[in-house]
Design a protein around this ligand. Structure first.
Ligand code: PLP
Length: 388
């Protein structure tokens, strides 16, 4: 029988970058090579034991075995609101301004379904986390990439976005602390962003998935800016904060209409996250500092060490003060993909080509420090031996 046709939207997406990199890693492993992968932002550190112990009990409670309450249990949403009050000094209505997510990725990808129409433009950071483009493409929207330059600390220069682009745009994605660059944003920057979005009637979706992986002062929230709630929503995740990527829990908070619109989309698509995971999320938020501080410190040490080694090996490194990503250019420059494949061939270290995050990532390589310390040290030693 002739193959049945697939939907045309399937062709909108290039092969998922991380899948392809992982395929290459597996090929090398099959050849018997000891590959160190620093390609994926998925912490090697296990979820802290008290969290897993709490969850083991929550899993056994029969009340948790039925469908969850789609938008998140009232208790989880209240815990989120209480956490923000303590962490950022902001007041949120847990009933209307908080929505639980099955990890922040799905929320980020679904949001455009709720906020844009066919033909509307959405401004996305370049380089940027690929799922910002997902919902835009599936909604038949248009992507407008705003380049992030090192000279600007990888913050967008709003003044460079043309009037024509602004006229057709409905939404702007931001992401601080930033993947892939490791850059962070100040409250002053958020003030500027909120002013810009209010003036140009843009929804602002700020992705704070790495909000707790900071090495200096705690990162601010865009919702601390007066008037932000008129235009902004902010996405949070348990994934990196508590090394819980596999558990799939996050939330979005901010403008009630946008939160409710996304709730409506999700009510028609999924049935929410397992109640036992939500209960565990409450436990995490209530013991936040105790659980997250050691993880933060572990990444800080890795970051300091690895950045220093790369600099010594002649790499141009943007030394980050947040996240666990090192964003760097090889000593002699060149294309991202060439550097990545050369490292894989010569040192059996796998990193991510910056070009995979958008055209402005070309020339950079992203290292995710998500391997045990000894492996990261070994990776640095091997990379230093390459004669670029
Ligand atoms: N946002 C950014 C910038 C990320 O890098 C990631 C994951 O790598 C996510 C969001 C999604 O995290 P999760 O879906 O695990 O909450």
């Amino acid at each position: 029988m002739k193959e049945l046709p697939l939907g045309k939207k399937i062709d909108l997406f290039p092969p998922y970058l991380f899948r392809d990199l992982d395929r290459r890693r597996q090929e090398e492993v099959k050849k018997g090579r000891d590959v160190i992968s620093l390609a994926i932002g998925d912490p090697d550190i296990p979820t802290p034991r008290p969290i897993a112990d709490f969850a083991a009990k929550a899993v056994k409670r029969a009340v948790n075995h039925r469908y969850p309450y789609g938008r998140g249990s009232a208790e989880f949403r209240a815990a989120v609101a209480a956490w923000h009050k303590k962490r950022h000094g902001i007041k949120l209505d847990a009933d209307t301004e908080v929505l639980a997510l099955i990890g922040s990725k799905e929320g980020l990808a679904h949001l455009p379904f709720a906020l844009i129409d066919r033909g509307d433009s959405v401004i996305v950071p370049d380089p940027g986390y690929p799922p910002y483009t997902t919902g835009v493409l599936l909604s038949e929207g248009r992507l407008e990439r705003v380049p992030l330059f090192e000279k600007d600390g990888f913050l967008p220069d709003f003044g460079r976005i043309s009037k024509q682009t602004l006229a057709r745009s409905k939404m702007l994605f931001l992401n601080y602390p930033n993947n892939p660059t490791g850059a962070s944003a100040t409250l002053d920057f958020y003030k500027e962003a909120v002013k810009f979005c209010r003036k140009n009637e843009l929804w602002l979706a700020q992705d704070a998935a790495y909000s707790e992986t900071y090495f200096g002062e705690p990162c601010p929230s865009v919702l601390q800016v007066p008037g932000a709630k008129d235009v902004a929503v902010e996405f949070y995740s348990l994934s990196k904060t508590y090394c819980m990527t596999g558990w799939r829990l996050g939330w979005v908070t901010g403008n009630a209409r946008a939160v409710q619109a996304l709730t409506k989309i999700k009510d028609n698509m999924d049935s929410g996250q397992f109640n036992a995971v939500q209960e565990t999320g409450i436990f995490c938020l209530e013991h936040h500092e105790k659980l997250s501080a050691p993880i933060r410190l572990a990444f800080k040490k890795r970051m300091e060490f690895f950045s220093k080694e790369l600099l010594a090996a002649g790499w141009k490194v943007f030394v980050p003060d947040t996240t666990f990503f090192v964003w760097a250019k090889p000593p002699k420059g060149g294309k991202s993909i060439d550097a990545v494949y050369r490292m894989l061939a010569e040192s059996a270290v796998l990193a991510t080509p910056g070009s995979g995050f958008g055209p402005s990532g070309e020339g950079y390589v992203r290292f995710a420090l998500c391997a045990p310390d000894a492996r990261i040290k070994e990776a640095a030693r091997r990379i230093a031996k390459i004669a670029w």
